[in-house]
Design a protein around this ligand. Sequence first.
Ligand SMILES: O=C(O)CCC(=O)C(=O)O
Length: 281
Amino acid sequence: MLTVDVANLDTQLPDIIEEFIAGTGAVLIKDAFTPDQVADARRLIMEYSAEEDKETHFQGANQDRMHLQRRVWNLLDKGEIFEAMVQHPDVVKIASAILGDKFILGSIAANRLLPGGPGQEPHIDYPYWDMYEREGFPARINSSYPLNMQITIPLDPFTAESGASAFLPHSQGELLYPRTKDRDRFYANCDRMLADPGDAIIFNGMVWHCAMPNESDHNRSAILIEYLAKFVTPLEDQKAGVRQEVIDRGTPILHQLMSLTYPYPKLFDDAAAENTIGRDG
Ligand SMILES: O=C(O)CCC(=O)C(=O)O
């Protein structure tokens, strides 16, 4: 995994794009967020996940430990820290280079593994996450350019013991949902996203990856951000789920991320259907 040199980001961008598309598929920004930002985000995730919030995706054989995992969705509406997280300037620069400068936010959620919490099955992320139904995708779809860029921001130490995400370097090239028969190859050859709270691990959503079981005595929480090319339908319905006050204080970048500046779908024969910012026009 390439470590981003933020002091020389402009000159390093071609290497980052290469690593993302044709290399290991992952890059790391150390200390992207301050300890105060991490503490703020972590406090909110603990609050919002205090009630049971069981995630049912990807659990497979781990059903019995499901109650030790919490998922908190729609974070854009759950605290200003999350508005800041999706707009980190270095991440915005990298996402613009990888997805095009009109990229959007697909989702911002948290995954919290309690001690003993289960891992996931190896998978790939939206919009490829149901690619086990291959017939739903275009003929000859391939990995030569990305539609997705994922970020994991640990809020607790990501160690082998605590269940740091595992990923299979270079697997993005296959653009294949990992099958049961691929799991031995995955676990035998995977790397781990070892990182500290506040780091940002950027990876290609076509890379096979998963949370691993938390065998430590502490929580393993992370913010998961998904960016998409401008023309992909977002995973989370931010227009319905984010309050008007968040939109009102939003920057141009935040409006772009919420697809508020993207004009389609549009009624071309209706003069009243001009592109507008915000739900109130
Ligand atoms: O929490 C993790 O380590 C990975 C989560 C993930 O890949 C997912 O939920 O899609």
